[in-house]
Every structure is written in structure tokens, then in C-alpha cells.
Design a protein around this ligand. Structure first.
Ligand SMILES: Nc1ncnc2c1ncn2[C@@H]1O[C@H](COP(=O)(O)OP(=O)(O)O)[C@@H](O)[C@H]1O
Ligand SMILES: [Mg+2]
Length: 369
């Protein structure tokens, strides 16, 4: 169990980062600290492994005041995963993961077996990946190794500071799912910092919502959704999350697998996709699925003879889009104003979520009747 008792932190430059925090995290619980940038999440987390020392107050782990535990010793028993996990580039995956078990004097055969087990748990075939170097892995795979590295040392506590936020939405979802599964098996005490409410709602046993160095509300995801304590929490969880049935949003009516194509593909490839899927426009995305523009049939036909062009050269850039969660009325109004037959829907990070089309709108409305 981790306990914060009247903990405050003022940095040397006078910044007051935390004001008198009380917090209890139970053994085996996954707690998410969430709040806007600068609210004190990382500060709170780094106090648990003494990367930051409190200005006042006390932090106990299993009832022991951690200011009396040697920080190096303390950190050996607390896993730590950050956004860019920084694997050692000149060591293989296995060597990277083995660093702490070795330091702890774990027998080689037993940690090697454990590393293989953990790799399998996160969907990486050990025979294929254990002797690779970090640069030979994708970003998502490297983050998985980061999680494994934290687990391999068999700590009872794991700290994770926005570990998945640099990943593309698909890998992020996958890693969240894997974390949930992994946690069912290993049952560690996990403190997970996030700024993404959807992520917190998905993975946390309890959510701690922070604002300007204070805890605003601390409860299970369900109770926070049902009884947000104030307007700040309400806004943070996105006002109409619980009222989806009352007001339809673009999420309800969009086609969620519209035809997309990568920026660098050529025009012939674009033409083939249009023919194959019987569409008259293509959504052009980058490798993170961020929507960059639209290629229409007219522009494609007009430029088709030029073999040196790729789709990014002919796409339309200034296209109206809406974010997920936008009400249908607003979307329809936008389509009417611009004379559009379709309207792309993007996640807050700009990645493509779907496409509202005239026919998808009609389908959704017919279902309502
Ligand atoms: N080393 C530091 N020195 C001075 N101020 C800091 C330091 N680290 C963080 N802060 C400040 O403390 C506040 C909380 O920061 P942080 O805990 O990193 O927030 P979060 O992780 O929620 O974005 C911010 O105002 C930040 O600028
Ligand atoms: Mg932070």
C-alpha cells in the first residue's frame, strides 16, 4: 500500500506543484492519475520512487516512511515506465530486460525463463525478438519491452508515466488491452499517469482527478461518470459521455472504416482504390493515421497523366472536419454550408475516426424511427 499524508511540493524556483495531498493506493490496485498538463501528476508519481522529494508531508509504502529507505534500493523494487522508454541501444532485448534481475542477483536460468514468459504475454514471440536490438523494433514493440522490463524485476509497484501516449491510436489501444490482461495475471500495484480520460476509464480500478496541484475527485471510473464532483470533472470527462442516447453524435452515424490511402502512394493506386471500393474521394492519412487531406475523383482524373505525382501533391488540404463527440446537428449544418456529401471525423489527436456521409446519416436516422 502507498500512502501520501499531507504531501506538498514546492520546487526551488518557487513553483508550487502540489498542495497538501492525501492519497491511499491499495496493494494490487491500478490507479490512474489524470488531469491537465502541469497539474502535478508526474511530480506525485516521482515522489513514490524518490526522484522528487516532498517539501513537507510523508509518503509511506507498506507503512514504512520512504524517506528512510535508500533511494537506489527503493527504485530496484519499483518498476518505472515512461513515454520514451529509452532502451539501451547497444544491448539486445533480452539484455535490456535482464538488467535489473541481474543486479538483484536473480539466477540466470530463472530470469531468462521469465523474460520469455513476459514476451509471450505481450504478444512478442521470444524466439523471434529476444536477440534483436531496440532499433529493430517498432515504437509499439519497444513500449511493450519497456513494460516487460519493469515487470521482470518482480517489483510490487510499477509507475507508468504516460507510457502509451507517443504511440499511434491502434498500438495504444492494443497496449491498453494487454496491460489489462497482464494486470489480471500479475496483480501489481500500478500508478499510471495519463491525460486521456478514455484511457483512464478503460484501464483504472480508481481514477484520481487532479487540478492545480490538488486532488479534485478520487473514485472508481463508474462513480466518477455517474457523479462528477464539479464542473471541472464534468468537462474533463466530456459532458455528454453518459447522455449518448439523448443526443446522437457523429460517432453514432459515421462509417468507421472509410477508404484511406497513405500520403506517398501514386495516382494509379488511388484510382484503383476508387474503382475497387466505388468511392469518389479518398481520405489521405500519414503513418499515424492523421488525416492530411482528401483526393477527389476530379483532381485525380485531371492530373492522372503526370506519373511523378503522389497523392499528397494533388490532395485538397483545407477540408472541413469535425472531432469525435460532435453533435449531429452541428455536423449536418457544416455539410450544408459547404455543400459536402461527406465529412471526416477525427480524434482529438488528429487521427482519423471515421466518415459521416449522406447515406450513413440516413441509415442512422432510419434506425432511430
Ligand atoms: N523540476 C522542476 N522545477 C520547477 N518546476 C517544476 C519542475 N518539475 C515540474 N515543475 C512544475 O510543477 C508543476 C507540476 O508539474 P508536473 O508534475 O510535471 O505536471 P504534470 O505531470 O501533471 O504535467 C508544473 O507547474 C511544472 O511546471
Ligand atoms: Mg507529466
Amino acid at each position: 500500500m502507498i500512502q501520501f499524508i499531507n504531501v506538498s511540493k514546492r520546487y526551488n524556483d518557487g513553483t508550487s506543484a502540489l498542495n497538501d495531498i492525501d492519497l491511499e493506493i491499495k496493494a494490487g490496485e491500478l490507479v490512474t492519475l489524470i488531469g491537465p498538463s502541469g497539474c502535478g501528476k508526474t511530480t506525485t508519481m516521482k515522489m513514490i520512487n524518490r526522484l522528487v522529494e516532498p517539501t513537507s508531508g510523508q509518503i509511506l509504502i507498506e507503512g514504512k516512511d520512504i524517506s528512510r529507505i535508500n533511494p537506489v534500493e527503493l527504485r530496484r523494487n519499483i518498476g518505472y515506465v515512461i513515454q520514451h522508454i529509452g532502451l539501451f541501444p547497444h544491448m539486445t532485448i533480452k539484455e535490456n530486460v535482464a538488467v535489473v534481475p541481474k543486479l538483484k542477483g536473480v539466477h540466470r536460468s530463472s530470469y531468462e525463463r521469465r523474460i520469455d514468459e513476459l514476451m509471450e504475454m505481450v504478444g512478442l514471440n521470444p524466439d523471434q525478438y529476444r536477440d534483436r536490438y531496440p532499433a529493430e523494433l517498432s515504437g509499439g514493440q519497444q513500449q511493450r519491452i519497456g513494460v516487460i522490463r519493469a515487470l521482470a524485476a518482480e517489483p510490487s509497484i510499477i509507475l507508468m508515466d504516460e507510457p502509451f501516449s507517443a504511440l499511434d491510436p491502434i498500438s495504444r489501444e492494443q497496449l491498453q488491452d494487454e496491460l489489462i490482461r497482464l494486470q489480471e495475471e500479475v496483480k501489481k500495484t500500478i500508478v499510471f499517469v495519463s491525460h486521456d480520460m478514455d484511457e483512464a476509464l478503460k484501464i483504472a480500478d480508481r481514477i484520481v482527478i487532479m487540478q492545480s496541484g490538488e486532488i479534485v475527485q478520487m473514485d472508481t471510473p463508474d462513480r466518477i461518470l455517474r457523479r462528477p464532483k464539479n464542473d471541472f470533472v464534468r468537462t474533463f470527462i466530456g459532458g455528454n459521455r453518459l447522455h449518448e442516447s439523448e443526443q446522437l453524435t457523429v460517432d453514432d452515424v459515421m462509417v468507421d472504416n472509410p477508404v484511406t490511402v497513405s500520403l506517398t502512394r501514386g495516382l494509379a493506386h488511388g484510382a484503383k482504390l476508387m474503382k475497387q471500393f466505388r468511392v469518389t474521394s479518398l481520405l489521405v492519412i500519414d503513418k499515424n493515421r492523421v488525416l492530411k487531406g482528401i483526393v477527389t475523383k476530379e483532381s485525380l482524373e485531371k492530373e492522372f497523366r503526370n506519373e511523378d505525382l503522389s497523392l499528397q501533391d494533388i490532395m485538397k488540404l483545407d477540408i472541413p472536419i469535425v472531432q469525435t463527440g460532435t453533435g449531429i446537428a452541428a455536423a449536418v449544418e457544416l455539410m450544408r454550408q459547404h455543400g459536402l456529401y461527406s465529412l471526416p471525423v477525427v480524434h482529438p489527436d488528429g487521427s482519423l475516426a471515421g466518415l459521416v456521409t449522406n447515406s450513413s446519416l440516413i441509415d442512422a436516422l432510419l434506425k432511430q424511427i
